[in-house]
Write a protein that binds this ligand. Structure first.
Ligand SMILES: [Zn+2]
Length: 120
């Protein structure tokens, strides 16, 4: 059932563009201090499913807080955080995709799973 589909995404001004294979049955809406303020809807993918086509991770503004395990990367031009990257507790790299930044997604049809990120 968990079908991967290809999506393109990126920031607002176009400096950041990527292609990602994701299953949007698994979308979370997190209430942690940053997701709440940014209104993020997230899905998580391993590096094999993420290709940055435009922009350079190092050229993006990197915001870190709390335990500093996640790099919140946002475009220095338009300020949109279209993805974040970090390391899972078992040491694997992962990408957190801001589903609101993907093209051709019917956001109203998604059923985001609430995650109590504030607790962590
Ligand atoms: Zn931008």
């Amino acid at each position: 059932m968990s079908e991967l589909k290809k999506y393109t995404g990126g920031c607002h001004c176009g400096k950041v563009a990527y292609e990602v294979s994701a299953n949007l049955d698994n979308v979370i809406s997190c209430n942690c201090s940053i997701c709440q303020k940014r209104g993020m809807l997230l899905t998580f993918v391993p590096p094999e499913q993420f290709v940055l086509q435009k922009g350079d991770e190092k050229a993006l503004t990197d915001y870190q807080f709390n335990k500093k395990v996640i790099h919140h990367l946002f475009c220095p031009e338009c300020g949109v955080e279209s993805f974040a990257t970090g390391t899972t507790p078992d040491g694997k790299r992962m990408y957190a995709i801001n589903v609101r930044c993907l093209e051709d997604v019917d956001l109203a049809a998604l059923k985001p799973q609430p995650v109590d990120g504030r607790r962590f």
